[in-house]
Design a protein around this ligand. Structure first.
Ligand code: SF4
Length: 336
């Protein structure tokens, strides 16, 4: 089957699957409580794709070139029975990388079940080791120690090396960057420092609050000299660096100062079955209606192919005053 190529010459390789729009955190850069408060209407269960529907989309997408699936949310571990979905996806032909992004709050509980079901790796968000800062950022009073327990449980369950994602915001946790690097040096785990992004429309993003990757690297390098290393594969989002003294590796994800749209091979499936071709998209393509209207595999394949071949997204390259007013989809709805 010929693999679809988008208008900028990019294949489809990486499908991010959101399994819920709910989360038990209210991270200020993603799901601020002022917007996602007590009265916020989350998706009803009947609107969510079933595990069978998700698996069908993944199976068909694998036929078009997808080799990597990342489960996301909201917080994916809130979706009941998630290990069952993992077991279904782990046997889909062509998917050789099945991973998950979590805030780590429930990882100690679920790590063994996820690994036994066939999950290969896990990425854990942890924005500070300092409890006061971390709790201020997750706005759910959740301590860093519990996330660290989850990381240890995931490593013990064989889901390592763990990627630890730290979103760096000026004046909030930028002072914790070196401590975070030091904490995971020599552990085999990989910290990725993420530039704060203007995802969605609710986090009040300002360019002044972005700490450029170069600044993060300079701060760490001053203490622990670093050398750049080659990407693991084309389209990898992180720029990789290794500690000169053999202390391991870190990464930076610099969507603002070093856009990587040129090699972006990612699509995102929302929990209710809409396909988005960019993290900063303003609209998606409803697959659920077709799935539930009895569309054949060929119909769905044609739909996926036509969506991808018309894709021209490169938001991070065109981010400017002109894009500031875009009504972008919320990251908590389609996953990071
Ligand atoms: S901004 Fe959109 S097109 Fe660019 S790398 Fe991110 S998801 Fe891909």
């Amino acid at each position: 089957m010929t693999e679809p190529i988008d208008t900028l010459g990019r294949p489809l390789r990486d499908l991010r699957v959101s399994v819920t729009d709910r989360c038990n955190f209210r991270c200020t850069y993603c799901m601020p409580r002022e917007v996602f408060g007590r009265d916020y209407q989350f998706l009803e269960r009947s609107l969510l794709l079933t595990f069978e529907e998700i698996t069908r989309v993944v199976r068909l997408a694998a036929g078009l070139g997808v080799t990597k699936v990342r489960l996301t949310g909201g917080e994916p571990l809130l979706r009941k029975g998630l290990p069952d979905l993992v077991a279904m996806l782990a046997v889909v032909e062509g998917i050789d990388d099945l991973t998950l992004t979590t805030n780590g709050s429930l990882l100690a509980r679920d790590a063994v079940a996820l690994a036994s079901a066939g999950l290969r790796r896990v990425s854990v968000s942890l924005d500070s080791l300092d409890d006061a800062t971390f709790m201020a950022m997750n706005d759910a009073g959740f301590p860093a120690s519990k996330v660290l327990e989850g990381i240890d449980a995931a490593a013990a369950a064989g889901l390592g090396p763990i990627k630890i994602n730290m979103v760096v915001k000026r004046g909030v946790n930028d002072g914790d960057v070196v401590a975070m690097a030091e904490r995971f040096r020599g552990t085999g785990h990989i910290v990725r420092f993420i530039e704060y992004m203007d995802v969605g429309t609710s986090n009040g993003w300002r360019l002044d609050d972005v700490v450029p990757a170069a600044e993060v690297l300079a701060a760490i390098s001053k203490r622990f000299p670093l050398d750049p290393i080659a990407p693991n594969y084309p389209g990898e989002v992180a720029n990789r660096y290794r500690y000169r003294d053999g202390g391991g590796e870190i990464g930076v994800i610099a969507s603002v100062t070093r856009p990587f749209c040129g090699s972006c091979t990612r699509a995102r499936l929302s929990a209710e079955g809409s396909l988005y071709t960019c993290l900063f998209a303003t609209s998606g393509h409803d697959l659920r209606a077709r799935l539930r209207a009895g569309a054949t595999d060929d119909d769905i394949l044609d739909t996926l192919r036509s969506i991808w071949t018309r894709r021209g997204d490169r938001y991070s390259e065109i981010r400017s005053e002109a894009t500031a007013g875009w009504q972008k989809v919320e990251m908590s709805y389609i996953g990071g």
